[in-house]
Each structure stands twice: as structure tokens, then as C-alpha cells.
Design a protein around this ligand. Structure first.
Ligand SMILES: NC(=O)c1ccc[n+]([C@@H]2O[C@H](COP(=O)([O-])OP(=O)(O)OC[C@H]3O[C@@H](n4cnc5c(N)ncnc54)[C@H](OP(=O)(O)O)[C@@H]3O)[C@@H](O)[C@H]2O)c1
Length: 304
């Protein structure tokens, strides 16, 4: 069934994948800060929307009357969130309240994205029921946003994800596969941590999970990460194998040597049983994801 779907943060990695996957079969209103940065802007409408502006959010939602809102907009730089907790709250916490309030007003379903950083990393991989204990402000802000929805009268789904990777048009920030691919192919020496464990997520897989949640009007919390679990070091080594690059340029380091502002959980990862069973979520393997991204990058390069 064709639905009216409002996407926030549509200039971002997940936002762009959602627009691409939804625009043929649904009425899509893509929104983000500033102008639309997607190269092909056919098949959907675009409007500038700062989700921290309560009036703007309410007006747009009342005008468009969406069946669903997918909220991908967020302050995602973990150290910046630690430094500027007020800004982080505006985008990651209060804006979620505005979106949920507007959803309740028009009877729309909201799909919101959360993170593995709500956990302390002592007992991963995690189920949806495990106890949150964020170690950094980014994780806390996302946990606060989940709690807003838990208490809200609107229909909501929270999709928790981990290290999202992929390529899209004119992104404002990179991701592990884009960084790693560039450095490995150049032969730069790389210092990679071996004491954090994650399940990296292909952006298309996360977009698919969001769409399944919209189609089923799913309610509650769902894990939506990749299905492979590995250390960050193994991630980069598997990338080197995939690209046929020399692994001897990869140096093993520990998290402590990085001296980062925000504390990261050591071992996360998700058990995906619930989303596979209830949403029919089917993520790719890490290498399948790398192949999809590689194909897209080569296509982009051929275009230019
Ligand atoms: N990426 C990961 O590894 C990861 C891991 C766990 C969870 N998540 C969650 O997954 C979701 C999607 O992540 P992503 O990787 O697609 O992030 P992203 O690429 O950074 O996209 C977020 C988008 O939101 C836009 N934005 C920033 N402030 C805004 C505002 N006030 N109003 C409206 N839009 C605004 C950004 O605009 P600009 O491009 O102009 O800055 C950006 O295009 C986020 O909720 C994130 O917290 C991501």
C-alpha cells in the first residue's frame, strides 16, 4: 500500500538510502537541514526542516499528514556530544519529543533510530530486553529518546543499530568502510583498535529494517544491525582481504591509547532473533555489504 512517509535527516547516509528505497512505491517527503544533497532528486519532494524547531516540525507534520515518520536525524559525533551536551539534547532528545507529539496529533507511526551505545559493553551481544547503561553522553541521549517514546501515546518503533556503513551523495561525514577503503588502497599505515567488538551494519540493511517496521506498523524495540560480530581490527583486516590490500600496514592498538573524550562500550553486538522473526529482517554478511558498497562506488566513479 502506498503510504505518505516523512523522512528526517534525508541528507545523511540512512536518510538517502530510505529515499532511494521508498520513492518508487510511496509518497515521500524528504527533509533535512539546508538544500537537498542527493544528486538525483526525482520521485520525491524535499523540504528544509530543522527538527529542533518545534513549531516547524508541528507545522510540517500537520500540513503533510504522514502515515509514518522515520527519524534518522541525529547528532552522531560521539565526542562532540560529550563536549556539547546541550546541543546533543536539542537534537537527540527534545526533537524526538516534538516529532512524537506531532505523530500523536495526526495518528502517524514513528520509527526512530537508536544505538548500541545505550549499553556498557560488559555483556554483549545484547537482546532488546537487556539493561541499558550508557557510558557516554551520546548513548545517554539516545537512551533518553527511547524513554520519551516508551512513555508516549503515539505508535512508535525504536530500531537500534551499530556502526552504519555505506556510500551516498555529498555526505557530511565518512564511515569506517569509506575511511578504511581509502587508507588501505593508498597503503597508509593504520592504527586500529583490537579491544572493541561490534556488528557493522550496511546502510541498505538498516533502511530495509525501517521500511519493514513502517509496513508492519511495528511497535516496540528492535535490534537492526549487521549479522557478523567482530573486533574493529578484524573489520579492517577483512576489508584488506576483500580489497586485496596488504594487511601488514595495519597496526594493532588499544582503546586507551586513543585518549578519546567519550567512553565507548567494549563489546556490543546484537541478537537479531526478534527482528528476523517479527519484521522478516534479513541483513547481509559483512563481505556482501562490502561488495554492494564497492559496486556503488565504482558506478559513481564511472559517472564522474
Ligand atoms: N552512523 C552510525 O555508525 C550509527 C550507529 C548507531 C546509530 N546510528 C543512528 O542512526 C541514525 C542515522 O545515522 P546516519 O549514519 O545516517 O547519520 P548521518 O549520516 O549523520 O545523518 C544524519 C543527518 O541528519 C541531519 N541533521 C543534523 N542536524 C539536523 C537537524 N537539526 N534537523 C534535521 N536534520 C539534521 C544531518 O545533516 P548534515 O548532513 O547537514 O550534517 C545528516 O544529514 C542516527 O539516529 C544515528 O544516531 C548511527
Amino acid at each position: 500500500m502506498c503510504k505518505k512517509i516523512l523522512i528526517t535527516g534525508s541528507n545523511g547516509l540512512l536518510g538517502q538510502k530510505l529515499v532511494l528505497a521508498l520513492r518508487d512505491n510511496h509518497e515521500v517527503l524528504a527533509t533535512s537541514i539546508g538544500a537537498c544533497r542527493m544528486n538525483n532528486q526525482s520521485g520525491f519532494a524535499y523540504q528544509n526542516l530543522d527538527i529542533t524547531n518545534e513549531q516547524e516540525v508541528r507545522k510540517l507534520v500537520l500540513d503533510f499528514q504522514p502515515d509514518a515518520i522515520i527519524n534518522t536525524a541525529a547528532m552522531t559525533n560521539v565526542d562532540a556530544c560529550e563536549d556539547d551536551q546541550e546541543e546533543c539534547d536539542k537534537l537527540n532528545v527534545y526533537a524526538v519529543q516534538y516529532l512524537a507529539d506531532s505523530c500523536a496529533e495526526v495518528g502517524a507511526h514513528i520509527v526512530h533510530i537508536s544505538t548500541d551505545f545505550i549499553f556498557d559493553g560488559e555483556d554483549g551481544p545484547y537482546t532488546e530486553e537487556d539493561k541499558a547503561n550508557p557510558l557516554c553522553y551520546y548513548g545517554l541521549s539516545k537512551w533518553k529518546s527511547e524513554q520519551i517514546l516508551q512513555k508516549h501515546s503515539c505508535d512508535w518503533a525504536v530500531l537500534r543499530t551499530i556502526i552504519v556503513f555505506g556510500t551516498a551523495d555529498n555526505l557530511s561525514r565518512g564511515n569506517i568502510v569509506l575511511w578504511g577503503r581509502g587508507a588501505l588502497k593508498k597503503g597508509d599505515s593504520l592504527n586500529i583498535i583490537d579491544d572493541q567488538f561490534r556488528s557493522p551494519t550496511l546502510a541498505e540493511d538498516l533502511a530495509q529494517a525501517c521500511i519493514l517496521a513502517v509496513e508492519k506498523r511495528a511497535k516496540g524495540v528492535y535490534n537492526a544491525s549487521g549479522k557478523d560480530f567482530m573486533s574493529i581490527l578484524e573489520m579492517v583486516e577483512r576489508m584488506a582481504d576483500f580489497y586485496g590490500c596488504d594487511k601488514s600496514i595495519i597496526n594493532r592498538i588499544s582503546t586507551a591509547t586513543l585518549n578519546q573524550k567519550a567512553k565507548r562500550p567494549s563489546k556490543t553486538g546484537f541478537i537479531l532473533e526478534k527482528s528476523i522473526k517479527e519484521l522478516a529482517y534479513q541483513p547481509h554478511s559483512f563481505e556482501e555489504g562490502l561488495a554492494i558498497v564497492e559496486h556503488q562506488i565504482l558506478e559513481q566513479e564511472n559517472h564522474n
